[in-house]
Design a protein around this ligand. Structure first.
Ligand code: SAM
Length: 290
């Protein structure tokens, strides 16, 4: 199966009289060399379930189908559905298109159906079926979508995602760097995060103001289970990142020194110096007190 046999994406957009809606973060990749590179960065996806958010005209969708994935694509903009539908037949039924908002989608139910009746939700979560999410994300909702997926309990899986380069750097950042903050701690609590490659602004139609980058997130062997708590403590710690933790954490508790002792962290340390293990201890110490 070769996507080069299809009409070009540019021809398709012109034939349907479509243009980008900036309000929906639409910057299209019309060059199959780039979308194929993203599909390759996702690893071996042949025969595997993949969710793509925002297929738009379908450039990445074509590459994912060409790589043999079973794709469920969620698109908010109904104008693109007629462009995508021919790909269902071309892929011999390996594409399912959902018209909807990815922020509201329930990924596990979408792929594996609702939890069986009288089965507690935790049993559904316990099965944790695997899925791979691959997307050239709409910039305006990229971070909330990532946080939603990091916190998901009902499925597990890898993600290969395009972000603005600056957001990508914040996801993979290590302690001590300017980019290190809440997003790095949350993402790396559940995943190993790696920046795969950058994509220049001119590769998109229309070009955004800044470059983008692909981040690959893979399940880590020891994911931290209490991301809500981690969100809370990182919000306090990085909310005043230049301050020492004994002051910065006052929005959590007046007894910051005791909390920090419980986490085995120096009260004079600053948030940007604390590594993943330190934040896990802090979240555990906060849970033990709450
Ligand atoms: N995948 C296409 C590509 O690479 O050329 C389009 C990527 S474009 C950056 C983002 C896409 O996400 C657009 O098609 C846009 O309509 C869609 N989108 C924006 N917000 C969305 C949401 N909340 N849920 C689902 N799709 C959304």
């Amino acid at each position: 199966m070769n996507a080069d046999e299809l009409p070009t994406l540019r021809e398709e957009l012109e034939a349907h009289g479509l243009w980008a809606n900036k309000g929906l973060g639409q910057h299209f990749l019309l060059d199959l060399n780039i979308t194929r590179r993203i599909a390759r960065a996702a690893g071996d996806i042949a025969g595997k379930p993949v969710i793509e958010v925002g297929p738009g005209p379908g450039g990445l969708t074509r590459a994912l189908l060409e790589a043999g994935a079973d794709v469920t694509a969620i698109e908010k903009d109904a104008r693109f559905l007629p462009l995508l539908e021919p790909l269902i037949e071309w892929s011999e039924g390996r594409l399912r298109i959902i018209h909807g908002d990815a922020l509201e989608a329930d990924e596990a139910t979408l792929l594996y159906g609702p939890p069986a009746p009288r089965r507690p939700a935790s049993a559904h979560a316990g099965e944790a079926p695997a899925v791979h999410i691959v997307s050239n994300l709409p910039y305006n909702v990229g971070t909330p979508l990532l946080v939603k997926w990091l916190k998901a309990g009902a499925w597990r899986g890898d993600m290969t995602l395009m972000f603005q380069k600056e957001v990508a750097q914040r996801i993979v950042a290590k302690p001590g760097s300017d980019a290190y903050g809440r997003l790095a701690v949350l993402a790396q609590a559940r995943c190993e995060a790696r920046l795969e490659f950058t994509v220049p602004a001119r590769a998109f139609t229309p070009p955004p103001k800044i470059a983008s980058a692909i981040v690959r997130l893979t399940d880590r062997a020891d994911p931290y289970p209490h991301l809500d708590v981690l969100e809370r403590v990182t919000a306090a710690a990085f909310g005043q990142r230049r301050k020492m933790l004994r002051s910065a954490l006052r929005s959590l508790t007046p007894e910051t020194e005791a909390l920090l002792r419980g986490a085995d962290l120096p009260p004079t340390a600053r948030a940007e110096e604390i590594d993943q293990a330190g934040f896990r201890r802090l979240a555990d110490a906060w849970r033990a007190r709450a």
